[in-house]
Design a protein around this ligand. Structure first.
Ligand SMILES: *Cc1c(COP(=O)(O)O)cnc(C)c1O
Length: 325
């Protein structure tokens, strides 16, 4: 069982002070009307680098000793984590190497390169890129920054939970995009510590729902990586998962799956009704609400909108396919 708690979240918040943004919690009258309850959107899409992952990466780098920082860091990423590590490393004056699979979209590659990280593009999956990173860690003594299964990373993400409970003490339901589970585990640690009755609902795409299947099986399950609008939710939870699977098992009330069409509808709603650019992985909470997959009647629900790093051509294509033009 984990020993992580509120004290770790507050320590993370102290390290992050002045380095990450406190993001707005924006009411959505349109979604509230649909749900028959109060609905507010936590806009991590407005976090610097365009996604919440800056919190975890910055907390990890800020936790390193001077000797470790001098060695440099390495990350394997489907995009947003790499971007976050690159950004945090540059700000803290640390060398960063980012390994990516060939599936990662171009806009994400360029963003990471522009932040000054060294890129290694090799392998057909996150797992293959992982092997490449292992080689470089041995050869060059770089410090590995895990995208989710690390106490420093997940408590960094958990600072979102502290902001939520401060900004909206009455919230009783929280919808969180779920992949490796660092975002969910961190936020759940915060919210459940304050009020165990808060319902934590994890949402992911139908294809390759690694945490969903691992929770059902009670152990890490390998999934096939399939191209999805929610590309930032791709990848496994790691066969040697140590932190996020136990935390999600203990703290998550329910997991839900959404289809590609439902994710598209979520992205469309966020752009057209809320005036927000959201990537597919960030739109799954809104997608679940729109699809009627979660009953939020009479509840006070915060929905995490986790990132905005979508190719704009892709977003406009998705929005253009909408029923009402
Ligand atoms: C990484 C990511 C997620 C999922 O976070 P996990 O900690 O892996 O569960 C959700 N949304 C976006 C935009 C992401 O980049």
């Amino acid at each position: 069982m984990s020993t992580l708690g509120l004290a770790d979240l507050y320590a993370a918040r102290q390290r992050l002070a002045g380095l990450v943004r406190r993001t707005p919690l924006q009411p959505s009258p349109a979604l509230a009307a649909l749900a028959g309850g109060d609905v507010r959107l936590k806009l991590e899409c407005l976090q610097e680098t365009g996604a919440f992952k800056l919190r975890g990466a910055t907390n990890k780098l800020a936790s390193l000793s001077a000797e470790e920082r001098a060695r440099g860091v390495i990350a394997v990423s489907t995009g947003n984590h790499g971007r976050a590590v690159a950004f945090a490393a540059k700000r803290l004056g640390v060398r960063a190497v980012v390994c990516l699979s060939e599936l990662v979209p171009n806009n994400k590659l360029e963003a990471i390169r522009a932040l000054g990280a060294e890129l290694v593009i090799e392998g057909k999956s996150q797992d293959e890129a992982e092997v490449v990173a292992g080689r470089l860690i041995e050869a060059e003594g770089l410090i590995y920054v895990h995208p989710f299964d690390d106490p420093a990373v997940l408590t960094g993400q958990g600072t979102i939970g502290l902001e939520l409970i401060e900004d909206w003490p009455e919230l009783d339901t929280c919808l969180v995009p779920l992949s490796g589970g660092g975002l969910m585990a961190g936020i759940a640690l915060a919210l459940k510590a304050v009020n165990p009755a808060i319902r934590m609902i994890g949402i992911t795409m139908e294809q390759g729902a690694a945490m969903h299947e691992s929770l059902a099986a009670g152990r890490p399950v390998a999934v096939e990586e399939v191209a999805s609008l929610a590309d930032s939710l791709g990848g496994g939870i790691g066969m040697n998962n140590r932190w996020t699977l136990p935390l999600c098992r203990d703290l998550v009330d329910e997991t839900l799956l959404v289809s590609e069409a439902e994710i598209a509808a979520g992205m469309r709603h966020l752009l057209m009704e809320e005036r927000l650019v959201a990537e597919g992985g960030a739109a799954v909470g809104v997608a679940a609400l729109l699809a009627g997959k979660v009953d939020l009647a009479g509840r006070r629900t915060a929905i995490l909108v986790s990132g905005q790093n979508v190719d704009m051509g892709k977003l406009l294509e998705v929005v253009g396919q909408g029923g009402d033009g």
